[in-house]
Structure formats: structure tokens, C-alpha cells
Design a protein around this ligand. Structure first.
Ligand code: CTP
Length: 402
């Protein structure tokens, strides 16, 4: 899997940099070509010569040490790499990358590369849990960086907790798994809808719901990571995404969403409707701001079109997946929707449960396919739940084709 892969290994200044030596050796033994970039602090822990001997390549640590006058080293390395691994990644390098600082050989290469980047953090447990670091890691994850979570145990600083650099064998395993899985949706066109819709009352008011778009964005990212060409159609959300395989289309109302989805629908292989679409909109959209009056106000509402239903009616070869947010009779209601809307699968969640549903970063769902086979996906980050859902879709898609 790693034979002839061109890997840049970024080593930053932490006690765990000794494990990066083992990682270099193992990657090289697997046939990868490894070039190591060290930060200045890393050179205080391990000498560049160690990495040079293990990788059998020159080691880079000074942006201005241009080894070949024909090339600019950090751009050359950024373009050369099939992937970049940062292990150990300190709080410092994570933060610098998240805000775009490029002040040494490693960070300049990281900003210049288009290759996938795997980050294996190692730091004190309290640093790892600091809101600044949590925020930067999340930001990087949203931009498509891959994290290899640190293990828990005795840390060099004396504390016991999460922050220990994952073992080199496990880092390699994660990357190999990722490479195997990376292509499972290659060539497939996937459409994901995400977020809430806004139904306009007047120029300053609208009706909406609590959907954050996080689940839909996680699905779009996971599908793109699996090699699909993704169209992400989203209502107004605070999420950001930056991935070469994702085309984002922003919409406001249920009607906009209906029109954009139907425009893209005929060419799609998989359609996942994670959006929380309004079922009603105000009958009249006031052009001027409504003035308050004495007494009660009644807003007359009319039904929006059920987009999923309309997709089910027009379905040809698309694998159509709905979502259902329920608070009672979760499975039963999910199954009803699966049949009524002519879906291939439905993902149901009980939004009243702890850790599930809107706004949070975790979810807990049940995936039900056409054969009424139920698969419980336990509480996990929305990113992991998304991967799980897509693996299931891939399997069902293959079963339906064969
Ligand atoms: N949906 C849609 N268009 C709508 C309403 C919902 O496409 N106007 C889709 C959602 O994107 C979701 C699925 O239908 O994939 C289920 O949404 P949900 O609100 O749970 O169910 P409804 O079908 O609206 O049924 P109910 O409100 O009775 O629960």
C-alpha cells in the first residue's frame, strides 16, 4: 500500500519526536520514500542526522537552506509529496497551520501543498483540551485535514490523560486503512443537502429551525474523502468546507432547495437529504417590514413541497437516502417514510436523546435499508457517523446492482 508513496514527514518539537524515528524507519521498510522536515525545536530532541540515516534522504529544517539552486525547496517538497504526516504535531504547529502562519520550512510546505495531510498530535492533556486547540483542530478538520487522535496514558509531563502520540504502527495502520478506503466512491456523483431552510416573512424576519448543517457537511466531507464528486446544497449555516472534490451551492428557502436539487438530480448516483427542510412557509411574503399591532397575530402558512417525496417519484438509478428526526416511535416512523417516499435507505435519529441530533458535534443514528435491515450506529462524532453511513450506502448500492 505504501510502496513508492512519496511521504513528507514533519517532525515538531516534542519529546515524542523519538517515535518519529521509528515511524520513518517503518515507512521506509514498507517501501515509501520519506523526506523529513524538522522544526527548530524538534532538532533539540533528535538530531537531523538520525532522520537522514533512517530515511536515506537529506533532512530539511531551514527554509533558506536551498539544497538545489534549480528548485525552491518548500514548494518542491509540497508538490512532490503524495501525503504529508506531522508526527508529533505540537499545539504550536496546529495553531499556526489553522491561522495560516508560514514562518519555517514545515509550515511553508504545509500551506503550499495540495497533498492530504495527516496530523498526529502529542502534547500535555490540558493543552490538548484547551479551547483554543480544540477550535483550531476542528477548523483544520473542516478543511479536510486528517487527525490521528493521540492515545491516553502516562504523559512525559507527569500527567495521565489524552495526549500521547499514537504508536507508529497505529499511525501507519490508520493511513493504510485510509488509502484502501479512499477510493470506495471514486467516480460516483454524490449530492448532499444540509442545514435548515429559511422561510421569509418580511425583509427582517424569517422562520427556520435548529439544524446546524454539521451532519450534512460531515457527509459531504466523508463522501469527498472516499473519492466521490460531491455537490453540497446547503441552507444558511456557520459551517465552512474546503475540499477539492466538493462543490458548494448555498440556498435560502425550501423552494430554492427544491429547484437546485432537481437541476442536479438526473446526473447523480447517490443523493442524501440531510437537510431540515421547512414543511410550511408563510402564505404572504411582506415586501415591507410588518409593523406591530395590538392584539394577537396569526400567520397563515402553506405547505412547501416535499423535496424528498418528489425525488422518490422521479427516481431512476439514483440511490436515495432520507433522514428523519423523530422524538417518538423512531424506527416505525422511519420505516413509514422510507416506503412512502420510495427511498433506498433512511437514517433515523431520536433528537431527544443525549448526544444526538441538531447542533452538537456527535450523533447516534439507525440506518435502515429497503430490506428493513436495521443497523445501529453508536454515539460518535458526526464525522465518524458520516463515514459509517457512507460505507453502508456503498454496500447497499453494490448489493442492489448485483
Ligand atoms: N424533506 C424534504 N422536503 C420537505 C420536508 C422534508 O425533502 N419539505 C426531507 C428531509 O430532508 C428529510 C426527510 O424529508 O430527509 C424527513 O424529514 P422530516 O421532517 O423528518 O419528515 P417529514 O417527511 O417532513 O415528516 P413529519 O414532519 O411528519 O415528521
Amino acid at each position: 500500500m505504501l510502496t513508492d508513496k512519496k511521504i513528507v514527514l514533519g517532525v515538531t518539537g516534542g519529546i515524542a519526536s523519538y517515535k518519529a524515528c521509528v515511524l520513518t524507519s517503518k515507512l521506509t521498510q514498507k517501501g515509501a520514500h520519506v523526506r523529513v522536515i524538522m522544526t527548530e525545536s524538534a532538532t533539540k530532541f533528535v538530531t537531523p542526522l538520525t532522520f537522514q540515516a533512517l530515511s536515506r534522504n537529506p533532512v530539511y529544517f531551514d527554509t533558506f537552506d536551498e539544497k538545489d539552486p534549480q528548485k525552491i525547496a518548500h514548494i518542491d517538497l509540497a508538490d512532490w509529496a503524495d501525503m504529508i504526516i506531522i508526527a508529533p504535531a505540537t499545539a504550536n504547529v496546529i495553531s499556526k497551520l489553522a491561522i495560516g502562519i508560514a514562518d519555517d520550512m514545515l509550515t511553508t510546505t504545509l500551506l503550499a501543498t495540495k497533498a492530504p495531510v495527516y496530523i498526529a498530535p502529542a502534547m500535555n492533556v490540558h493543552m490538548y483540551e484547551h479551547p483554543a486547540i480544540v477550535k483550531q483542530m476542528k477548523q483544520l478538520e473542516n478543511w479536510g485535514y486528517h487527525f490521528i487522535e493521540p492515545g491516553a496514558g502516562h504523559l512525559a509531563c507527569g500527567w495521565v490523560g489524552k495526549g500521547r502520540l499514537e504508536e507508529p504502527e497505529t499511525i501507519i495502520e490508520v493511513i493504510e486503512d485510509h488509502l484502501t478506503e479512499k477510493q470506495i466512491l471514486k467516480g460516483k456523483k454524490v449530492l448532499v443537502s444540509a442545514g435548515p431552510t429559511r422561510e421569509i416573512i418580511d425583509p427582517v424576519r424569517f422562520l427556520s429551525n435548529r439544524s446546524s448543517g454539521k451532519m450534512g457537511f460531515a457527509l459531504a466531507k466523508a463522501a469527498a474523502d472516499f473519492g466521490a464528486n460531491v455537490t453540497l446544497i446547503t441552507g444558511p449555516v456557520h459551517e465552512h468546507i474546503h475540499h477539492p472534490n466538493i462543490k458548494r451551492v448555498d440556498i435560502i428557502s425550501a423552494e430554492d432547495m427544491y429547484n437546485v436539487i432537481h437541476k442536479h438530480y438526473p446526473t447523480q448516483d447517490i443523493v442524501i437529504k440531510a437537510a431540515a427542510v421547512a414543511d410550511y412557509r408563510p402564505k404572504i411574503v411582506h415586501e415591507e417590514k410588518m409593523k406591530k399591532q395590538s392584539g394577537e397575530l396569526t400567520l397563515e402558512m402553506v405547505r412547501t413541497q416535499d423535496i424528498l417525496q418528489s425525488l422518490g417519484e422521479k427516481k431512476k438509478d439514483q440511490f436515495l437516502v432520507g433522514f428523519a428526526a423523530e422524538t417518538t416511535n423512531v424506527i416505525e416512523n422511519g420505516l413509514k417514510k422510507l416506503k412512502a417516499k420510495n427511498l433506498n435507505a433512511i437514517v433515523v435519529n431520536d433528537v431527544s436523546e443525549q448526544g444526538a441530533g441538531f447542533a452538537g458535534d456527535t450523533n447516534k443514528v439507525t440506518y435502515i435499508n429497503r430490506d428493513e435491515h436495521l443497523e445501529n450506529i453508536p454515539l460518535a462524532t458526526k464525522q465518524n457517523v458520516a463515514k459509517h453511513i457512507l460505507r453502508r450506502i456503498k454496500r447497499d448500492l453494490e448489493d442492489e446492482i448485483t
